[in-house]
Design a protein around this ligand. Structure first.
Ligand code: COA
Length: 237
């Protein structure tokens, strides 16, 4: 198990609040007192007309105050992550999340095609067997289920030569955009590499492939199968 270390750091809060690093005092690690000292530390406004307000201490102070409130607001939004932080585990270590994971996978990918939940439960049960692959990961926050991802031998009947695949990446809606999905995918890939695989595969709908291409995955095929999926790979080095 490991903890996602970047949760709750100033960097994350800056990313979430849109504050510009180096501009806002909170990005400089100055803390609350920095807010009051900023006006003193900043250079005086340039005397140039028109630029006067843009560079004025008043404007800087207003920007810092806005940044401060955004920071406080984002802390509130993050507070649902408990003190222990986010933990990613193998499903075998957290079987209490089995039903929740099966439900999410079924709702997201199988229910729309008319498949019964039992079919998915049966498939997911294979992740509990004493074998390296398939395995499923669970992201949790204390006793709360946060997300899941799996590594399976085959995900596309059209491409039996590719293996293994990262599949069924899911983050609970209230935990999205905090790095959970990326952390799950990364852990899945690193675990597969640790098992000796040099390459991992993934198929994604067109509107989701950017999530992966931004994270070291490379597209190798497009429009594969009836659903016209994109196939991406990630290499061990
Ligand atoms: C896709 C998903 C797993 C992302 O989870 P997450 O925990 O929010 O992911 P992260 O916080 O690590 O990353 C969020 C980033 O992904 C981007 N993103 C989210 N959904 C995306 C999508 N469909 N397409 C492209 N980018 C997407 C966000 O814009 C954000 O971008 P940023 O890092 O540049 O700000 C989550 O939205 C989800 O569970 N979706 C439903 C199931 C799904 O589509 N799974 C993927 C199957 S291929």
């Amino acid at each position: 198990m490991f903890h996602v270390k970047h949760f709750g750091t100033i960097d994350t809060w800056h990313a979430r609040t849109g504050a510009r690093r180096g501009r806002c005092i909170f990005g400089q690690g100055a803390g609350l007192f920095g807010l009051f000292s900023t006006a003193v530390r900043r250079k005086p406004a340039l005397p140039c007309k028109g630029q006067a307000f843009r560079n004025s201490k008043v404007r800087q102070a207003i920007a810092d105050i806005i940044c401060f409130f955004k920071y406080i607001f984002s802390m509130g939004a993050m507070s649902s992550i408990g003190k222990k932080g986010l933990v990613i585990s193998d499903l075998r270590e957290r079987p209490e999340f089995f039903a929740r994971a099966a439900d999410r996978i079924w709702r997201a990918w199988w229910k729309p095609g008319g498949y019964p939940l039992d079919d998915i439960t049966e498939r997911l049960r294979e992740n509990l067997l004493d074998q390296p692959i398939p395995f499923a990961l669970i992201a949790s926050d204390g006793s709360k289920f946060v997300g899941t991802a799996s590594v399976i031998p085959s995900d596309m009947a059209e491409r039996p030569q590719y293996s293994p695949w990262v599949a069924a990446v899911w983050t609970e809606p209230e935990y999205r955009n905090r790095g959970v999905g990326a952390a799950l995918v990364d852990r899945a890939v690193q675990t597969a590499f640790g098992l000796g695989y040099a390459r991992t595969f993934l198929c994604a709908a067109k509107d989701r492939r950017e999530f992966y291409t931004k994270r070291a995955w490379t597209q190798i095929e497009d429009n594969v199968g009836k659903k016209k999926r994109t196939i991406l790979v990630r290499d061990a080095n």
